[in-house]
Structures are given as C-alpha cells and as structure tokens.
Design a binder for this molecule. Sequence first.
Ligand SMILES: Nc1ncnc2c1ncn2[C@@H]1O[C@H](COP(=O)(O)OP(=O)(O)OP(=O)(O)O)[C@@H](O)[C@H]1O
Length: 339
Amino acid sequence: MIPVTIPGPERAVSTDAVLELRGVSHTYQVRRSPFRKSVPLRAVDDVSLCVHRGEVLGLVGESGCGKSTLSKILLGLLPPSSGAVLIDGAAVSGAGQAAFARRVQPVFQDPYSSLNPRKTVAQIIGLPLAVHGVGDRAGRRQAVTAMLDCVGLPRRVLDTYPKQLSGGQRQRVAIARALIMRPEVVVCDEPTSALDVSVQAQILNLLTELRRELNLGMLMISHNLAVIEHMATWIAVMYLGRIVESGPTRAIFERPRHPYTRALLQSVLTTVPGHGIPDPLPGTAIPNPVDRPAGCAFHPRCPLATDLCRTVPPSRVADARQGGFVECHLFPAGEAEAA
Ligand SMILES: Nc1ncnc2c1ncn2[C@@H]1O[C@H](COP(=O)(O)OP(=O)(O)OP(=O)(O)O)[C@@H](O)[C@H]1O
C-alpha cells in the first residue's frame, strides 16, 4: 500500500481509496412560503472525504446537518451542485453513472419499508441481477441462494414474503440485496436503528464479517455514537453541511478537538442507548441553513466563541498529532499544520 497525499484537507489517502468526494457541495432551492421567491439552502458545503476498501467511515452529526444528502450523492442518486465524485480515482459522470451505481449500494434504515411486501425474498434479492441482465433465471436463483448463506439466512426463506420474517431477518435480506451485485462500497444509513436492541449487535457483527471477507468499504451513518465507535475506522463530524472535524476513531473519541465534537460526545454520556443524539447544547437552536451564521457557523452555539469566530470562517487545519483535520479558530496552532 503506497501512501499518496492528495491536495486538500482530507486524510492522506492510500491507493486503496475506492470512493472519494472532492470539494462536493449541494444546494437545494427552497421556498419559505408559496408567495416568496425560492432561496438557496446549502445542505452540503465543500465536503471532501474518502471511503477505503476494507474500512468503515463513520459520519455523525445532528438531524438536518446534511448526512442524507451526502449519502445520496455517494450513491449517485443526487448530482452534486459542484465538486467531484471519484471512484478508483476516476471522476464519475454521464455514462459512467450506471456502472458507478452498481459499485456503491445502500442499506437503508428501515427493513420494514425498504422491502417490497409483494415480492418473495428470492425476487427481492435477485432484482438487481434481473435489472442489470446478469445471468439467466436459474443462475440468478443460484446466486441468491449463495447470498442467503453469506448473510446467515436459511434457504427455506427463499420463497417467503417480508412480512413472514423478523426485523433482523428482513435487514439480512436488505444486506443480501445490497451485496448481490458485488459492490465495493456499501452506504449504511442507520442500519440498526429500526431494529430491536437484541438483534442490533447481530446485524453489526454481520456487517463487520462481510466487510472483512469481501474487503468492502463502508460509510456508516448513525445517530448512535456507540455504533460508530464500535464500527468505524475513521470519523467525519458534520455540522450545517460541513465536515468540521475528521480523524481516526480512537483519536476523535479520546481527544476531540472541535467544541461541537466535544459537545456531541458529552451528550452521549447522558443519553439512553439507541435513542439517538440528544441536543448536544441544550437551549441553543441549530441555525437555519438558509441563514447561515457569518464567520464560523457553529459560533452561536459555541461556549468558547470569540469575535474572530463571529466574523471570519475558520479554515481547515491538518491535525499533525493525530491525523485528520479540524475547522476551528480555537484549535491550537502549535498542534496544527496548515492543510
Ligand atoms: N429535497 C429537499 N429540498 C429542500 N431541502 C432539503 C431537501 N432535502 C433535505 N433538505 C434540507 O437540507 C438540509 C439537510 O438535510 P438532510 O436530510 O440531508 O440532513 P440529515 O442530516 O440527513 O437529517 P436527518 O438525520 O434528519 O435525516 C436540511 O435543512 C433539510 O431541510
């Protein structure tokens, strides 16, 4: 593995980086009322990140910070307004989009609504093969049967319907459907939050085993920081569309640099497991992304904000001691290197 440094603030990537965003932004046009002109809402703002083969990138942040928009861009479901999506170093656009979609697959939060109730398990898992014209009927059934073994489901479920399965079994079906095209990256958006606590660990363990066996890259979005700590190799912390801190999981949990990351982690100490991220800074509202605060977007909620924070947007600085980067004026210059 030859380390290759790429321009920008993101981690020094190695040649096993499979999926990459470079300076990606996405702006929605929203109307505040039917009588007013639409205004831009920048849901994702200049995000650069890498998903590596065999590694899990954890994405955390409060509701509305832009995680779903980012995952749609990574899945090729939403074109970025600006910036580039690269797979194996090549920018994805136009005709490459279909091949890209095959290589990056989603596992959604809710296995109750993400599976078609009128299709059998065999039809659900085999659908991507049929859509892409892979193999004949018998070959597809064989591939589906092999995939059932992979995700720990008995073969007798092949001709059953989702309603006949438990929540954990349905999520295994959803994972099998995601993997049937042999993707290189799986985007898991809250993959266990709709499941009973008793089966959550089983699904996470299954994802870990599959990641190792298939050398999969994963993006794991979760409100549950314990899940992220357990699963992720690297973490990106998102606030109002920007990645404000990024680094190796252990370093982020042991030595968070950004005041927002610290608040997020502290709020978890007071939460009930499985109930998501509570307000990390009680009494302070998340600003409306249509009216982004001047300077650092976090300053209205930051207990340490200075005049500089209120007026000048912080630049990203590489964290020389633990890798990754931080976007905060308060990050000590002695620990940083300009990115
Ligand atoms: N289709 C859309 N049109 C207009 N605005 C949108 C659209 N989708 C999302 N937004 C806005 O973009 C911002 C980011 O939303 P997004 O759903 O990506 O965040 P999120 O972190 O995934 O939130 P959650 O955890 O609640 O799903 C929010 O302010 C949201 O209201």
